[in-house]
Each structure stands twice: as structure tokens, then as C-alpha cells.
Unconditional design. Structure first.
Length: 199
């Protein structure tokens, strides 16, 4: 027997359309009020099967969804930890010499941002290959590091703060060097194409 869950997707829009067709073929006891055409045109529309008085109020624009309760957060964390443990057991069974993985720390987070920013700026390209640069992505990653530094100010150990400030300095310097190179290339007049040989 398969471990994959079996499920069925039901398109309720189709059922609603069939229901409306059946209602149109049967004679109506009372005349219906004229329907206003849907605003979006003839495309699909959402059909809600709940009575209107029970329907939830639509969220105001910009309003955040409800925060999970402490119980929900605790249950989710416990399920995540159990799932993570199962994964680690599977990986260790495949690689017995690997040993336990170190616990994730603040330094790991900072290193992750550092590596992402450097790769986005073209570091790590294979020798002989042209580096791929995502300068806008690098700027976003560096800005995220800046937000992290601002939001954690006064809440870090001396080592954590030193690591974060050093990484921020390095990625900002690399970014400035790269943008200076891009600016210089943009200011140079375009090179004429090389002359083509006779055919």
C-alpha cells in the first residue's frame, strides 16, 4: 500500500453552475430579482456556500493575519523538531561517520547572508567562466544584514556583534567596488563590432 495520501479536488464552481442550470430548467414559484452581472466579466467567480451572516469579515487592507496561539506555536515547534530529528537520522544512516550536526546559531545566520551576498556579486564562479552578478539581489541581502544589525543592537554578545559588523563592512566594500566597476563600464562609449571577414 502506498504511503502517499490520496485526495480529491472538487471544483465547486462547476457544481454551482450545474445547480444554476437545473434551477433555470425548473419553473420558478416566485419571480427572481434581476441579477447584476459579475464585475469581472464572464470568467470564473468565487461561490461561497456559507450563509452571509456567518461569513468572516474580509481583512482590511494591510491588516496582518491572526498570530498563532502559544499552543499552536508549541505544537508546530515540537512537530518540526521531530521531523528534523527523523531527517538527521536518515542522513546519519547514509553517512555513519558524519556525526551530529552543530546547533544553528546567530553566527550561522550572519554567514548565510554573507555567502549569499558574495555569490550574488559573482564570487565562487568556476575558473575560466564569466561570473554571474545579481547586483540588485546583493544590495537587498546587504540591506537585510543592515536591518539585522539595527534590530539586534544591544542584544548581541561581543563576538556576535563583532562578526556582524565585520561581515557588513566586507560586503559593503565589495558592493562599492563592484558598482564602481559597473559605473566605469557604463560610462565608456560602446565598442564598434569587429569587422567581419569575407565569405
Amino acid at each position: 500500500m502506498s504511503d502517499k495520501p490520496k485526495f480529491e479536488v472538487i471544483d465547486r464552481r462547476k457544481m454551482k453552475a450545474e445547480e444554476e442550470q437545473e434551477n433555470q430548467t425548473q419553473p420558478a414559484a416566485e419571480p427572481e430579482a434581476p441579477r447584476t452581472p459579475p464585475e469581472s466579466g464572464g470568467g470564473p467567480r468565487l461561490v461561497v456556500n456559507e450563509p452571509k451572516h456567518e461569513a468572516a469579515e474580509p481583512e482590511a487592507e494591510g491588516e496582518l493575519p491572526a498570530v498563532p496561539t502559544a499552543k499552536e506555536s508549541h505544537e508546530t515547534k515540537a512537530a518540526y523538531d521531530a521531523s528534523s530529528k527523523r531527517l538527521e537520522d536518515i542522513v546519519r544512516a547514509q553517512n555513519p561517520a558524519m556525526g551530529a550536526q552543530p546547533q544553528v546559531s546567530f553566527e550561522h545566520l550572519v554567514q548565510q547572508f554573507y555567502v549569499s551576498a558574495m555569490i550574488q556579486m559573482g564570487a565562487g564562479a568556476q575558473e575560466g567562466q564569466r561570473p554571474r552578478v545579481d547586483i540588485l539581489g546583493a544590495r537587498t541581502t546587504i540591506d537585510l544584514l543592515g536591518v539585522l544589525a539595527e534590530k539586534t543592537r544591544g542584544n548581541l554578545t561581543e563576538v556576535e556583534d563583532k562578526t556582524l559588523q565585520t561581515v557588513l563592512f566586507e560586503v559593503r566594500m565589495a558592493f562599492m567596488e563592484l558598482t564602481n566597476m559597473i559605473s566605469l563600464q557604463a560610462m565608456q562609449p560602446p565598442q564598434p563590432p569587429p569587422p567581419q571577414g569575407k565569405r
